[in-house]
Design a protein around this ligand. Structure first.
Ligand code: TXA
Ligand code: MG
Length: 320
């Protein structure tokens, strides 16, 4: 495996070729790093699942470079989904749509729908475009971490998670720290009204304002299979506890206005909600590197992005 520190046009062309040849390429997006495989290559996708140690019943998101590439993957796209795509793509949003035959069971976990996203990170977009120039149709990319673990938002984290499992021809593209820091909003668009399956930076309010239709009642619940559906997810080795009561040698993640109790180890002190999202997974990783046994997290209040952060905190803190 090679880490490409300087993602020039030439290097990205090589990376697109590597993907087309069936290799795996980890790349930065505006949310978290993805572990990419040619979405039409069953063997490459199978290897990506095995590197992640991920059950095959768990669907992956297909990434494309532009709206008109959607038709390769999705059928019967409802009017409200077109509005969402036009408004928020490229960006941190995944739409779950009725699949075409191209979207095989090996991608969708056997479901009749497929998740599609157009990321906005310039490296991701350029990689996808160059891949499509070679005849590629889409890149399947889950977060570049072990199944159930903490998503990777910088290259060291990607290397720590999957580096050892990658082959000689596989690549990791270094795009620095991801701006967003938590995964995309996933919206089920297979029924008459949209349903948010995983909250993210595209918020409930943004979705309602854009579509003009109400979000379904079953939003935020497990309507269709498993979008981060297991209760426990995004978990470090240390036990995550919601609260501020950190004791000696316990980790603490909280907004900068929260003071650190004496003897506790401050892992992050974000000044605003965007910084909280960006630093959260790094802070969880830092706790594991320090060998801490407990991490206290003070959940941020408010709606929008704060709601998405609370979702990740609750999943990291869930038992089981
Ligand atoms: O921000 C993101 O979405 C990142 C970047 C790399 O694009 N990707 C990501 O993928 O978070 P992953 O596989 O770690 O999480 C996607 C979640 C999974 O829990 C999966 O079960 C769910 O989305 N999902 C994917 N396709 C789905 C589908 N067709 N129906 C329901 N859930 C789906
Ligand atoms: Mg993931």
């Amino acid at each position: 495996m090679h880490i490409i520190a300087n993602c020039t046009h030439t290097e990205l062309k090589k990376a697109a070729r590597a993907l087309k040849d069936g290799n795996l390429v980890a790349f930065p997006t505006e949310t978290v790093y993805g572990l990419g495989a040619d979405a039409t290559n069953k063997r490459a996708v199978a290897r990506m699942y095995s590197v992640k140690n991920r059950p095959t019943s768990h669907p992956v998101i297909v990434h494309v470079s532009s709206f008109n590439k959607l038709q390769n993957w999705a059928l019967d796209v409802p009017e409200y989904a077109i509005k969402l795509g036009r408004n928020f793509w490229p960006g941190p949003m995944t739409l779950v749509l009725k699949r075409t035959n191209l979207a095989g069971d090996f991608l969708t976990g056997g479901q009749s729908n497929v998740g599609v996203r157009i990321p906005s990170h310039p490296i991701a977009l350029r990689l996808l475009t160059l891949f499509e120039d070679l005849g590629g149709l889409g890149v399947a990319a889950p977060s570049a971490n072990k199944f159930g673990g903490v998503s990777a938002t910088n290259v060291d984290a990607v290397n720590e998670e999957v580096g050892l499992q990658l082959n000689r021809e596989d690549l990791i593209l270094d795009g620095g720290q991801c701006e967003g820091g938590i995964e995309s909003t996933i919206i089920d668009c297979t029924t008459s009204n949209p349903a948010i399956l995983r909250p993210g930076a595209i918020t409930y309010e943004m979705v309602t304002n854009c579509t003009g239709v109400l979000i379904s009642e079953h939003s935020m619940k497990k309507s269709i299979r498993a979008p981060g559906g297991l209760e426990k997810h995004y978990s470090p080795n240390a036990k995550v506890i919601i609260g501020s009561n950190a004791g000696i040698d316990d980790g603490l993640i909280a907004m900068s206005t929260v003071l650190t109790p004496s003897g506790a180890i401050r892992l992050a002190a974000p000044k605003n909600i965007e910084e909280f999202a960006r630093s959260f997974y790094n802070a969880l990783r830092k706790a594991d590197q320090l060998g801490l046994s407990k991490i206290f997290v003070v959940s941020p209040g408010g709606e929008g992005l704060a709601n998405a952060i609370r979702d990740r905190i609750n999943k990291a803190a869930a038992d089981g």
